[in-house]
Ligand binder design. Structure first.
Ligand SMILES: Nc1ncnc2c1ncn2[C@@H]1O[C@H](COP(=O)(O)OP(=O)(O)O)[C@@H](O)[C@H]1O
Ligand SMILES: CC(=O)OP(=O)(O)O
Ligand SMILES: [Mg+2]
Length: 376
């Protein structure tokens, strides 16, 4: 057992948790980093706030009881397929990957550097979002573009939210009672991704080279015809930066109806708002398509698991995504779904449908301790 601080740096938030074994000593979130009008201009400022909060409770980075710090690092490229003890060399390699994840990797690095300045001796571990997806076979990982270009520019499917997909698929297999289970995980937060997992190994995922491909998200488009982007560049005269902003920040639910928060979309649905109806319809249609695709990829599915803020809390999304799929052996129980029970499929449904709250921080803590103990 040891005491671990977990720092989960997202593009605009930092979540932290201090754990002793599985016991939570402190936790919190700093949000809206760098947004207009926010009191927190950047990740460094967020980390200072967190450091001060912990120090104020006698639990600061300088406390001798602290065994290690675990950081979420979003992009590990092909370089990192395992949680990794941080050294100067590792930091350099994470820096080299910044062009692949310009919004996310600098945030992870800021946390690592902040701790190193205070406690250069303290073991730190990077836990990569991409690592769980390293097992995806070439048939699913390669894009059908010129091989030389793809290799030179490292263009392939990496996948993200791997810590969540790993944790939730393991819980789902436990629920199914067999480690060889076929599992489809639907991680639906602000970012959203689906994965197909067979016997604990990921075989496909919806996010790609960047966290933009796949499902409809709060502000990100997910799948779009790449031809449309060429058209916007050539004919509409949009710059790469403008297209980036369009797809990452002005699309998804926000682009379709003006609200990126699923709760707001649902409230507008209740009063018959047509833009909210379209947003919900596109969101759930995309999800349903990926469920069908991953069903075929796996060949046999034991559990479909919903997780993330939307997956854990939105009965309407779960219902719209999976109703009418009885011929695939997916039989939802409307009462259980409305109550958000752990199992929301009907008794006797060949495929179990489950709501499994994700816990990225706990998973990062476990992986961090494993790495630190291995290096002892
Ligand atoms: N009761 C709820 N009903 C529907 N959606 C919800 C509910 N609670 C939270 N959400 C949605 O969850 C999303 C955030 O998910 P979360 O996993 O917390 O995000 P993050 O990716 O930042 O960790 C938001 O779109 C929010 O609307
Ligand atoms: C990688 C990614 O999309 O992360 P988030 O959902 O935290 O933005
Ligand atoms: Mg999340």
């Amino acid at each position: 057992m040891g005491r671990v601080l977990v720092v989960n740096s997202g593009s605009s938030s930092v979540k932290y948790r201090l754990l002793e074994g599985d016991e939570r000593l402190a936790s919190g979130t700093v949000e809206r980093i760098g947004e207009p009008g926010s009191p927190v201009p950047d990740h460094e400022a967020a980390l200072k706030l967190i450091g001060a909060e912990l120090a104020g409770r006698g639990l600061g980075i300088d406390s001798p009881e602290l065994t290690a710090v675990g950081h979420r690092v979003v992009h590990g490229g092909v370089t990192f397929t395992e949680p990794t003890l941080i050294t100067d060399d590792v930091v350099g390699k994470i820096e080299e990957l910044i062009p692949l994840a310009p919004l996310h990797n600098p945030a992870g690095l800021a946390g690592i550097e902040a701790v190193r300045r205070l406690r250069p001796d303290l073991p730190q571990v990077a836990v990569f979002d991409t690592a769980f997806h390293a097992t995806i076979p070439p048939a699913a990982a390669a894009y059908a573009i010129d091989r030389e270009v793809a290799e030179r520019w490292r263009i392939r499917r990496y996948g993200f939210h791997g810590t969540s997909h790993a944790y939730v698929s393991r819980e789902a297999a436990r629920l199914a009672g067999t480690p060889s289970a076929g599992v489809i995980v639907l991680h639906l937060g602000n970012g959203a991704s689906a994965s197909a997992v067979s016997g604990g190994r990921c075989v496909d995922t919806s996010m790609g080279m960047t966290p933009l491909e796949g499902l409809v998200m709060g502000t990100r488009s997910g799948d779009v015809d790449p031809g449309a982007l060429l058209y916007l560049a050539r004919t509409a005269g949009m710059s790469p930066e403008e297209i980036d902003t369009l797809l990452n920040r002005r699309s998804g639910l926000l682009g379709l109806c003006g609200d990126n928060d699923m709760r707001a979309v649902q409230e507008r649905l209740a009063v018959g708002d047509p833009a909210a109806e379209l947003a919900m319809a596109v969101y759930c249609h995309r999800l349903r398509k990926y469920v069908g695709a991953y069903y075929a990829v796996l060949g046999s599915v034991d559990v479909i698991a919903f997780t993330g803020g939307v997956g854990e809390n939105s009965a309407p999304v779960r219902e719209r995504t999976l109703t009418g799929l009885e011929r695939l052996g997916i039989v939802l129980d409307p009462g259980r779904n409305a109550r958000g029970e752990r199992t929301i499929s009907a008794d006797g449904s060949p495929v179990r449908v489950a709501v499994i709250p994700t816990d990225e921080e706990l998973e990062i803590a476990h992986q961090t301790l494993e790495v630190v103990e291995r290096h002892r």
